[in-house]
Design a binder for this molecule. Structure first.
Ligand SMILES: *[C@@H]1O[C@H](CO)[C@@H](O)[C@H](O)[C@H]1NC(C)=O
Ligand SMILES: *[C@@H]1O[C@H](CO)[C@@H](O)[C@H](O)[C@H]1NC(C)=O
Ligand SMILES: *[C@@H]1O[C@H](CO)[C@@H](O)[C@H](O)[C@H]1NC(C)=O
Length: 421
């Protein structure tokens, strides 16, 4: 088609410019010429749109899966197919109804009003929860979620704050995407509903932005988190198969706790992927702090932590790949790692490995001497996956030079209907 049109366009232009050379041929109708020119303009516009579309691609496998689709709003549940890492099978509310939150209030936590976020998250059926407009939801107490829910803030500027905040307890399949969570405070000592058929007395919450307790298949993506009383994301008590990606973390002392107690050995099978996040200004420590378990920390951008970046106790396995570590100026805090609750003779037998990381401003990573071996490496690469391992982190690290591009959109995105996000 293209060559046919360009050929006929050349013929037309030729016949216009040098009509006497081809005087024997009839001169084309001006209307046809206008159409042909219009067609060629359209073709170049389409080409330009395609090029713009491809420049939207960044190499970030999650974003490249959905973010450049200008019809994201019509196809929201596509997002559920885009996860990577240990939380990749988190379905959230996929194949469920869309629930539109229309009411930002949180007045009755035992019988939440229809249209509120609390009413949406306690339902038994899978739900894909979206927001009618920009809103600040000031929670009275922690928001207790039920299984198979996606909280999808795309298209609205949604802030969750107040008592709580989000509790993911003894459930499965949660996706949290595109919201801001901040200024979460301890609250409780009251009855709170957790499903249509159950409410119960809850003590005072810790004041974490997101508290994952005994839950699996969890994906937190493009969330902006800051300034909560306890931590930003905690995953404890047998939680596993979690991916935390594309999120922006700032202004927090204890950022992320994976495993709460050295004696809690059920966390030995914990698997968490931390990818493409920006750990920005004002973070002190625990980015993350890990007990037991297997954690893949890949292609994140660490900016000037105050004490250390990642660390832990109880012999966790940490594979740090393709991260950029920019150390703080303080000479005492250049080390990205922190081994806790064990003498060197002990921790040097652990498995902490840095591969392809970049260290700036004097940052450094202390590896353990017994680095990842052929058997536990199966947790990290699907190619070497052995039949005994339940699942693998399927992300292969990109070159660290790409980290600024891969993490440039970390945090909640500003998505407009009809445009790529
Ligand atoms: C909530 O409101 C929606 C729309 O107004 C209605 O369809 C639905 O049945 C209500 N749900 C409950 C549990 O009352
Ligand atoms: C690999 O390391 C694990 C501890 O993480 C250990 O239990 C296992 O025996 C080691 N395997 C080999 C082949 O060295
Ligand atoms: C996801 O599900 C597939 C298919 O059931 C399974 O093979 C894979 O191990 C699972 N991956 C994770 C990380 O749970």
């Amino acid at each position: 088609m293209t060559s046919y049109y360009s050929l006929s366009l050349i013929t037309i232009l030729f016949s216009l410019l040098i009509p006497n050379l081809i005087a024997t041929r009839p001169v084309k109708d001006p209307e046809i010429i206008v159409q042909a020119v219009q067609r060629s303009i359209n073709a170049s516009l389409i080409r330009r749109n395609l090029e713009e579309g491809s420049s939207c691609l960044t190499g970030n496998p999650i974003d490249d899966c959905w973010k450049c689709d200008s019809k994201w709003d019509k196809n929201r549940q596509k997002l559920a197919d885009c996860a990577v890492g240990f939380g990749k099978n988190a379905t959230g509310g996929k194949d469920g109804k869309i629930y539109v939150v229309t009411d930002s209030s949180d007045n009755d936590v035992v019988n939440p009003k229809n249209g509120t976020l609390r009413h949406a998250v306690i339902q038994d059926e899978p739900l894909w929860i979206i927001f009618e407009r920009d809103m600040v939801i000031k929670l009275k107490v922690e928001l207790i979620m039920n299984s198979y829910k996606t909280i999808d803030g795309r298209g609205a500027n949604v802030h969750i704050t107040g008592g709580g905040c989000i509790t993911i307890q003894s459930i499965t399949n949660i996706i949290i995407h595109g919201i801001n969570i901040h200024e979460c405070k301890p609250a409780g000592n009251t009855n709170v509903r957790s499903s249509p058929g159950h409410f119960g007395h809850r003590g005072i919450s810790d004041g974490d932005a997101v508290n994952i307790f005994g839950s699996k298949h969890i994906w937190v993506d493009h969330v902006t988190l800051s300034n909560c009383d306890d931590g930003l994301i905690d995953a404890v008590e047998g939680s596993s198969l979690i991916t935390i990606s594309n999120s922006l973390f700032t202004q927090q002392d204890k950022v992320m706790l994976l495993g709460h107690n050295d004696a809690y050995t059920a966390d030995k099978s914990m698997q968490v992927t931390i990818a493409f996040n920006h750990f920005g200004e004002g973070l002190t420590q625990r980015i993350p702090r890990i007990r037991h378990g297997y954690v893949h920390v890949v292609n994140n951008d660490y900016t000037k932590w105050k004490m250390y970046a990642m660390g832990g106790s109880a012999a966790p396995t940490i594979l740090s790949q393709g991260n950029r570590f920019l150390a703080p100026d303080d000479e005492k805090s250049k080390e990205a790692t922190k081994y806790e609750n064990a003498p060197k003779s002990e921790w040097q037998k652990w498995n902490w490995k840095s591969e392809g990381d970049e260290f700036l401003n004097g940052a450094f990573f202390t590896s353990s001497s017994r680095v990842i071996n052929s058997s536990n490496a199966a947790f990290f690469t699907s190619s070497s996956r052995s039949s005994s391992s339940s699942s693998a982190s399927d992300i292969s690290a990109k070159a660290v030079t790409l980290v600024p591009k891969l993490t440039a959109n970390a945090g909640a995105l500003k998505c407009k209907k009809g445009f790529a996000c």
